[in-house]
Design a protein around this ligand. Sequence first.
Ligand SMILES: C[S@@+](CC[C@H](N)C(=O)[O-])C[C@H]1O[C@@H](n2cnc3c(N)ncnc32)[C@H](O)[C@@H]1O
Length: 265
Amino acid sequence: MSSDSPFASAETYYAQYRPRYGDRPIAHLVDRFDLDDDSRALDLGCGAGQITIPLAAHVGTAVGMDPNSRMIDGARGQARAADRENVEWTVGSDADLRGAVGEELGPFTVTTMGRSFHWMDRGPTLDRIRELTEPGGGVAVFGDTEWLTSGRRAWQDEVYDLAADYLDDLPERTGQRTEPYENPYDELIADHGFEAVEVATFESTREWTVDEVVGYVFSLSFCSPATFGDEKDDFEADLRERLDELGGPFEQDEEVRVISGRKLA
Ligand SMILES: C[S@@+](CC[C@H](N)C(=O)[O-])C[C@H]1O[C@@H](n2cnc3c(N)ncnc32)[C@H](O)[C@@H]1O
């Protein structure tokens, strides 16, 4: 249900402005799980297909699953634009996967979850994913640096401070990577029966335009257009003015992490 979603009103910005993870993390998955035309991948919490669409280029079929139907609409549009036809889209959550839907959709060679696992009932979901995984396949959790709260650049301080002038309950800006969970995902994945658990890290520097900075901010669940209410246009105008004054370049230190485990038998 889109209206209950923490991303309600952020979906169009999400599809257009939330970056993908780059080629290296996808190539890592392909190597690790020997993905090919016979492989079937599930991307749970797929959003606008940031993993589903590039991963589909390396498997027979990719299934993108998300409870927010407007996210799925955005994903379909991205797949059409990329001429990517071997993707099945389905509206559903981790709870649906744990039900009969899981049997209908699976089995899978690999299941990915990008910036989405923290929204789920994680232990039972890993158990279900393991049941639905072919031997030799596995699970991979993708994450990256959320720069509004965790980035270290001065221009990011300015964007944060401006958003904090408008929003009372913005998460704290720590200037360092914070994890939205207590039990580290590598341990959790191992605790739920996956073996050879690995954490792979991919660093890069990304440069953002003013439009991309604005779109990214509105793609965040805690800064979605709805959170600003009637003040959304005022905030956007102030943000653009501030960014124009700062002048750029707006560089971000990106760190993508892929935490994966294999089902051996
Ligand atoms: C930050 S977005 C990530 C989208 C995409 N995977 C990516 O890597 O950019 C989080 C997504 O998780 C979805 N989500 C929220 N709760 C979920 C749940 N219980 N089960 C599956 N997905 C969920 C949201 O609808 C949203 O599309």
